[in-house]
Design a protein around this ligand. Structure first.
Ligand code: SAH
Length: 279
């Protein structure tokens, strides 16, 4: 895979590949709540953002300034006339590697105005990283923001990750061509936990993983669909019984589908993972 020099012809949407300044591009054109949780995304493809984050609830919250999104265009920090950002791997082999000096300049730019790492993690999206989960999303949502570095090609020169103490986080055990989709997934999961983003906070408390369980099955109208009926309990109007039914369903689903989560849940609640659920 090679790194092509930038194309200077205007795109159909009128934006050039290179932005005129090295300053991060603020993707929120509405107002901004002072001190709002902010994501800074270092990427070769700023046009990929906000992407799906601009839609629905995360998009409305972005417009409302409940969180902010800035892209840092890695290309602007490239070397020479062609703004080269990558080179061939030391030791040989296929593909290209993002240069340490180029990535460092982008990280320096992104670091401007950010607090210490305990309130503002600096993360490289990477299949080698720790697997992202709901606990990480909760943790990040409680900070002030995050800097995400999206890799491309074969990844990033190890030295810049070591030098800047960048944490590696993975979306899962598969290989994407770039970090942008992973960044959006991580941001979506995180931003929806920021107060007022979902509007209805209760919905994040009951859903999958929040208590270490998968969510119970959901139903809505019509009451009968293709002869399939909604479990009678849910139509009973008896809130305590409904809550108990949902809990039992969540436990059963978790036990069957995710024995790993089930064992952790039982350990946390002093329960025997092998107890008979059907009684
Ligand atoms: N050669 C690398 C993969 C590079 S894929 C390896 O084998 O580990 C190119 C870029 O896509 C990576 O730099 C990373 O930023 C992103 N990426 C790929 N898979 C990912 C995953 N599972 N989670 C997060 N980011 C990923």
């Amino acid at each position: 895979m090679t790194d092509h020099p930038p194309d200077h012809s205007p795109r159909s949407h009128g934006r050039l590949t290179i932005s005129a300044s090295a300053a991060p591009r603020d993707l929120m054109d509405g107002q901004r709540v002072k001190g709002a949780w902010t994501a800074k995304v270092i990427t070769l493809f700023p046009e990929a953002f906000p992407g799906t984050l601009g839609l629905s609830l995360t998009g409305k919250a972005l417009q409302a300034g409940l969180w902010a999104l800035e892209t840092v265009d890695l290309r602007t920090f490239g070397e020479g006339r062609h703004r080269n950002v990558d080179d061939s791997p030391a030791g040989g082999g296929a593909g290209m590697v993002l240069r340490a000096d180029v990535v460092a300049r982008a990280l320096d730019q992104a670091a401007l105005g950010t607090p210490g790492r305990e309130h503002w993690p600096v993360v490289y999206l990477s299949p080698r990283g720790r697997r992202f989960d709901q606990a990480m999303a909760r943790d990040w949502a409680q900070g002030q923001g995050i800097t995400l570095l999206c890799g491309r090609f074969e990844g990033v020169d190890q030295r810049v990750l070591d030098e800047y103490g960048v944490a590696e986080v993975s979306l899962g055990d598969f290989v994407l061509t770039g970090g942008e989709i992973a960044a959006q997934a991580l941001l979506d999961a995180t931003v929806r936990l920021i107060p007022r983003v979902l509007g209805n906070q209760a919905s994040t408390e009951e859903e999958s993983f929040s208590e270490g369980l998968l969510e119970f099955p959901q139903f809505t109208k019509p009451t009968v669909w293709r002869t399939r009926v909604i479990p009678e309990m849910l139509l009973s109007g008896h809130h305590a019984k409904i809550a108990a039914w949902r809990k039992a369903m969540a436990e059963r689903l978790t036990r069957i589908r995710r024995p790993d989560l089930w064992r952790a849940y039982c350990a946390a609640h002093g329960r025997d993972p092998d107890e008979d659920q059907e009684q």
